[in-house]
Design a binder for this molecule. Structure first.
Ligand code: UT7
Length: 328
């Protein structure tokens, strides 16, 4: 049977950072940030780590489904900001929530991490090997941003979300199709120079600030506009979906202009696109589960709704998933 999302939750830290906060620190303005990206504010986690963004989501999911921590069989954490390089962030979360029967792992696919995780998690559930699998997408981007770089510091935020996957009872619902891609030739357009085995952290790399996000914004922008729009159109064609059929496009939230290009390519009305970049900025692996969870929380999705998720990010990685909502 197909894997369905049987519960969903998200968490963003309470500390709101408005665009104006950057104006005293950097040569930037609220007007530049809003018009180039669509971002008005984002959240920064003051104390803690990425696992602390995920733990409240899982506690809420367990409550929604009336489950105990031991009922979970596996946990996948999509993130590029794990608590430590190793052990896995999944292990930190497992310990904090007490998921004593769960195995799990981290998945590094940046902004597409949640979609990659959803595909892997759905396969585990569909195979009947594991009954209940948590797929989480979260990033504490504030931990890897250069506070002196106006071209990246203003773009990102902290936050995360999670879903529980279980087998459904009707194969017309759940995760129905996915198209996932990767092109490593885009790697150095959005990356961290040091801190990996290619260039381990030294006093010099730290002094050169090579442990922060580096982005060639225009190159990523050009690739994202094409990549996200094309894959969203491809998933529609493969599944004979018209714009009228689709209840919601839930896109990765990196830039309003990239989202708009995808919406146009799909021929969708603007009221069918979930946009919350204005409030949270780009939370990397967190954007899609946060957006989907907000739609559900606000009762804007109903059982049977056809939903397309789409992303583009570092790697490059990109993709789209087609699902039919399975819960009331
Ligand atoms: O989620 C992962 C994938 N990432 C993305 O999808 C991001 C894709 N890229 C983008 O969204 C956009 O390229 C950015 C929002 C990052 C930048 O927007 P842009 O329209 O491509 O601007 P730009 O990089 O071409 O920069 C235009 C100007 C430059 O000044 P000059 O050379 O024209 O004098 C920048 O130095 O804006 C300047 N600039 C800023 N000015 C004020 C760059 N950052 C800022 C800033 N405030 N924060």
């Amino acid at each position: 049977m197909k894997a369905i999302i049987s519960a969903i939750s998200h968490f963003v830290p309470p500390n709101v950072i408005p665009n104006s906060w950057f104006e005293d620190k950097l040569d930037t303005s609220d007007e530049w940030i809003r018009t180039r990206t669509g971002i008005s504010e984002r959240r920064f986690l003051e104390h803690g780590a990425t696992s602390d963004l995920i733990v409240p989501c899982i506690e809420d999911i367990l409550k929604q489904r009336n489950l105990s921590p031991e009922d979970i069989d596996a946990i996948i954490v999509a993130t590029i900001t794990p608590d430590n390089v190793f052990p896995a962030c999944a292990a930190s979360v497992q310990k904090k929530v007490g998921l004593t029967k769960a195995w799990g792992f981290d998945l590094s696919a940046a902004c597409s991490g949640f979609l990659y995780g959803l595909q892997v998690g759905a396969s585990l559930v569909e195979s009947s090997a594991y009954k209940r699998v948590l797929v989480c997408g979260a990033d504490m981007m504030s931990s890897i941003l250069n506070p002196e770089d106006r071209s990246t510091y203003v773009l990102f935020g902290d936050g995360g979300g999670a879903v529980l996957l279980e087998q459904g009872e009707d194969d017309n619902y759940g995760i129905l199709d996915s198209r996932l891609y990767m092109d490593g030739r885009g790697g150095t357009n959005l990356y961290m120079i040091a801190g990996g085995s290619a260039k381990p952290t030294t006093v010099e790399t730290a002094a050169n600030k090579e442990h922060y996000v580096v982005q060639d914004g225009q190159s990523v922008f050009k690739a994202a506009v094409i990549g996200m729009a094309e894959v969203a159109a491809e998933i529609m064609t493969r599944n004979n979906l018209t714009a009228d059929d689709i209840a919601w496009l839930v896109p990765h939230q990196a830039n309003l202009r990239i989202i708009e290009a995808t919406r146009n390519r799909m021929g969708l009305a603007s009221d069918k696109v979930m946009i919350n970049i204005g409030r949270y900025g780009n939370t990397t692996a967190g954007t899609i589960p946060i957006a989907l969870s907000e739609l559900y929380r606000d009762k804007k999705i109903k059982k049977g709704d056809k939903i397309v998720l789409a992303s583009f990010g570092a790697g490059y990685t990109w993709g789209a998933i087609y699902l039919r909502w399975a819960i009331d």
